[in-house]
Design a protein around this ligand. Structure first.
Ligand SMILES: O=C(NNC1=NCCC1)c1ccc(Br)cc1
Length: 331
């Protein structure tokens, strides 16, 4: 089988995150979920949440689904790289994404969510697309939607075609040749950390020379920005008039009117250029003349992250075969 579903930016002005419609249970309950290759829990806003923590989100009510089953004695608790988090109990039920159905998928029902989830009213939960070793359900960890679907897929892959300020697509089970140009460059994935960890072959700032350098990082659809080693990031902002690394704003900021260079990264012999516009993430506060950069230092994270700012500059194949690989193509 295959599936195909839209990835819609949650904000009309800035690509903070993308949500995809997911149908749960019987009769169908449709929620807008954030597909996240940087984690491995499928969790939803639910009828088990205090109403004080719900602000317009859609909820999943397992007690209204005739196919829902409590996973007795199981719980989950997750904290994301940005400090947000949630926890709760677990049901299994049918889950459908873009025509692809998994029966008996673990649906982690939130009983508590952190304030940043409560205030983000366009995200009703997450679908983890990382490796199932990261799943937080206890005492028996659960499989991701992708792992559950894999054996029924025409090909054990999902692809991300994220776009700048417009809807893109997540496809499951097939590679749509209409979504990319040229060849797909595949590189090995180290799944031991539980992430889609792959080697980049180097970088260039604007029209400058390409610096060959092996950079290990993760492809993370759930992270908005790109986080790279300080040496690379300082080389980039040296080319931006008025840029500074702001302790108060927690990263590199610059005058919104500044001209930004592009940023090029390598995957094998292939080169992908992130347009300057993608690297002006957003004003630090609404209407401010100071803007926050889409490229930030990974020194605080410990791992380099190729988030949405980079992913939307390419067509990306997450190959869940044995061994796993990741493919990058121009579009
Ligand atoms: O949490 C992570 N990715 N997903 C999401 N971020 C925010 C909500 C969802 C993440 C994963 C790996 C590393 Br290293 C740092 C961060």
């Amino acid at each position: 089988g295959t599936g195909s579903a839209a990835a819609v930016p949650i904000n009309a002005d800035f690509d903070i995150a993308y949500v995809t419609p997911v149908t749960l249970g019987t009769p169908p309950q449709t929620l807008q979920l954030d597909f996240d290759s940087g984690s491995s829990d499928l969790w939803v806003f639910s009828s088990h949440l205090p109403t004080s923590q719900i602000r317009g989100q859609q909820i999943y009510a397992p007690n209204k689904s005739s196919t829902a089953k409590l996973l007795d004695g199981h719980s989950w608790s997750i904290t994301y790289g940005d400090g947000s988090g949630s926890r709760g109990n677990v049901y299994t039920d049918n889950v459908t994404v873009g025509g692809l159905t998994v029966g008996s998928q673990a649906i982690e029902c939130a009983q508590q969510v952190s304030s940043s989830f409560t205030t983000e009213d366009h995200i009703d939960g997450l679908v983890g697309l990382g490796f199932s070793t990261l799943n937080t359900v206890s005492p028996k960890s659960q499989l991701t939607f992708f792992d559950n679907a894999k054996s029924n897929l025409d090909s054990p892959v999902f692809t991300a075609d994220l776009k700048y300020k417009q809807a893109g697509t997540y496809d499951f089970g097939f590679i749509d040749e209409a979504k990319y140009t040229g060849e797909i460059t595949y590189v090995p994935v180290n799944s031991d950390p539980g992430y889609w960890t792959f080697p980049s072959s180097g970088y260039a700032v604007g029209s400058g020379n390409f610096t060959a350098s092996s950079i290990s990082g993760i492809a993370d659809t759930g992270t908005s920005l790109v986080y790279l080693p300080t040496a690379i990031v300082t080389a980039y902002y040296r080319q931006v008039q008025g840029a500074t690394n702001s302790r108060s704003y927690g990263g590199y900021v610059f005058p919104c009117a500044s001209t930004l260079p592009t940023f090029t990264f390598g995957v094998g012999a292939a080169r992908f250029t992130i347009p300057a516009a993608y690297l002006n993430y957003a004003p630090v506060t609404p209407g401010s003349a100071t803007c926050f950069g889409g490229l930030q230092s990974s020194s605080g994270v410990g791992i380099n992250i190729w988030g949405d700012v980079a992913l939307k500059a390419a067509f990306v194949v997450f190959n869940g075969g044995n061994p796993p690989t990741i493919g990058w193509a121009a579009k």
